[in-house]
Design a protein around this ligand. Structure first.
Ligand SMILES: Nc1nc2c(ncn2[C@@H]2O[C@H](COP(=O)(O)OP(=O)(O)OP(=O)(O)O)[C@@H](O)[C@H]2O)c(=O)[nH]1
Length: 400
């Protein structure tokens, strides 16, 4: 990175949350900064771009608006984004690059575009730019409706492709868990109590970001431009569930206004059929659960469970160390001392460790009902391969 590297701010946030409105407001109050704007839209007709043009925030002579349509800069248009940013930076006439992502875009791949060298294209954006701030805009009015809707992007005709199987809530959680600044917009449409409760929950999901309240996109540009807040490592590990895992085991559960979190940990495998039934009746008070699951029927792979609202993602997360050849085990354990410290004489590192974040959760009931899904003593001595396991079987794909 050179000292003249251009700072970049990326605005993410679900469809209609207010990104364009905020962008226009910032452009009108940019205090002489020469800004290049990149607007990404999934559709062929870039409506956001025309709103910015009509908004009149950009000076016609000194500034520029780049429209990237018919795809998403986090996936299909990633290369175009790389080349476009390189071109704008090389022009040398801008002080700032502001990017509005599509409403269904994920922030992590966009941030990676600015952080890692692209070997294929031979472009290293860190030479020209400095990612300054990843901003996520949340619609304070629609949030709970979208979070609990259980609807997929395909159902809402908002998917990137026919293969895009994400739920709306998966997108919301990705955007919240990876950001430096979180703008709660449309505050004019919710009362103070609702807003405070939403803020407390979001704070639990995202403890690191700077929170800003706004109405009609009225955000002070200094809050999102030249903040110096972006740090890939910190942003990638800032999710509330990760912070919960990092806490020492003896930290008592924190509970404020009914919003709480805890870690469920058992060095005992789950019976897949019982766990499946449990997940089908997931208590609605759980806002977010994430962690590693040990299924009796799958002794080789740790499973990852990720729940947000009504959506649960489940799949292989990687080999247990104990399932690897002994030589490899020794090599890993000599590096990862932590894993060795919790080593079980028979089961090694296999464990169930799940973080729960929720509102008015009945912790005891959740723990007791999950304990009832673990193998009982009698089952421990049985053949585990015969247990009914209806979880998706994608381990074969992983082996290829
Ligand atoms: N009441 C209210 N309406 C708002 C606010 N911010 C934006 N809007 C309106 O909400 C609608 C969506 O705002 P946009 O700025 O286009 O949202 P966006 O995130 O850019 O939307 P997409 O580009 O579709 O992802 C518009 O009709 C705005 O006028 C706000 O704070 N309060």
């Amino acid at each position: 990175m050179t000292s003249s590297a251009i700072p970049v701010t990326v605005l993410s946030g679900y469809l209609g949350s207010g990104k364009t409105t905020i962008l226009n407001h910032v452009l009108h109050n940019r205090d002489g900064l020469r800004v290049a704007v990149i607007v990404n839209d999934l559709s062929e007709v870039n409506i956001d771009a025309s709103m910015i043009k009509d908004g009149g925030g950009l000076s016609r002579t000194e500034e520029t608006l780049v429209e990237m349509s018919n795809g998403c800069i986090c996936c299909t248009l990633r290369e175009d984004l790389l080349r476009e940013v390189e071109r704008l930076a090389k022009e040398g006439r801008f002080d700032y690059i502001l990017i509005e992502s599509t409403g269904v875009g994920e922030p992590v791949p966009v941030a990676q575009t600015f952080t890692y060298v692209d070997e294929e294209q031979g472009i290293d954006l860190t030479t020209y730019c400095r990612l300054d701030c990843m901003v996520t805009v949340v619609d304070a009015y629609r949030f709970w409706h979208d979070y609990t809707s259980g609807e997929s992007l395909l159902e809402r005709s908002q998917a990137v492709s026919e293969e895009d199987n994400r739920d709306v809530v998966d997108l919301l959680i990705d955007q919240i868990e990876f950001c430096d600044v979180l703008i709660l917009n449309k505050c004019d449409r919710v009362n103070v109590e609702e807003l405070q409760e939403l803020e407390r929950v979001l704070r639990k999901l995202q403890p690191r970001a700077q929170f800003i309240r706004s109405s009609h996109g009225q955000v002070d540009p200094a809050e999102i431009l030249n903040t110096g807040r972006f740090n890939f490592e910190e942003a990638s590990t800032s999710a509330g569930w990760m912070k919960e895992l990092e806490k020492s085991e003896h930290t008592p559960e924190t509970e404020e206004y009914g919003i709480s979190s805890f870690v469920y940990e058992r060095a005992h495998p789950f019976h897949p059929e019982r766990l499946m039934r449990w997940m089908e009746q997931l208590p609605a008070e759980i806002v977010r659960a994430k962690g590693t699951v040990w299924l009796a029927t799958r002794p080789d792979y740790a499973q990852s469970m990720s729940q947000a609202g009504p959506s649960i993602q489940f799949g292989p997360a990687g080999y247990w160390i104990a399932a690897l050849p002994e030589e490899e085990q020794r090599a890993i354990l000599s590096e990862e001392l932590e894993a060795g410290m919790h080593w079980h004489p028979v089961h090694g590192d296999r464990i169930n460790k799940i973080v729960f974040i929720g509102i008015e959760m009945n912790r005891e009931e959740i723990i007791t009902s999950l304990d009832a899904c673990l193998l009982v003593e009698e089952e421990m001595g049985q053949d585990w391969t015969v247990f009914v396991d209806e979880f998706p079987n994608i381990t074969e794909e992983m082996q290829q």
